[in-house]
Design a protein. Sequence first.
Lengths: 114, 112
Amino acid sequence: AQSVTQPDIHITVSEGASLELRCNYSYGATPYLFWYVQSPGQGLQLLLKYFSGDTLVQGIKGFEAEFKRSQSSFNLRKPSVHWSDAAEYFCAVGGIRGADGLTFGKGTHLIIQP
Amino acid sequence: DAGVTQSPTHLIKTRGQQVTLRCSPKSGHDTVSWYQQALGQGPQFIFQYYEEEERQRGNFPDRFSGHQFPNYSSELNVNALLLGDSALYLCASSFASPGEAFFGQGTRLTVV
């Protein structure tokens, strides 16, 4: 069965500092991987996705993620965070059709300090 | 493009009642998935509909059922509501393979 682990429940970062959110997955085949962001009381917005090819993928809002098969990881990074980045971030793994039955991690709550 | 739209936005029901939630997919999308997100948790996959058939199902009881219409819109029905069914219910639509899922704003269901 597929699973996603986000080891950090909360992360606090100063505005302007760099950010890395960790994600480890378990999946029997080549995974389709996603990062979503959720503001309070809102739905999920796709930040970026990995389907195949270049293991470093660029997303919206200045985010990027790197797929490392050997480590079963798909960590999200941003070189300089803004106060508006404060939100809940979810890593997800999909099935053979990409968006099939996504399995989500429990999320990482990002707090931005002024 | 209106994106994925869900109705209603909020709903309060009594334990034992039945509820129907609705979802209109993003224009051009033919696949609809439903997720349950309990407070402080990640979304959990309920089921997915494609060509008016349930294509895939997560680990949810039969009290959770759905339907997809010819225009690709979808309904989620929950019977015999339990207090534990209180959650944000998210609808996502997608197209093609591999596809990415676009989510609606969700329906907040409170069971009292």
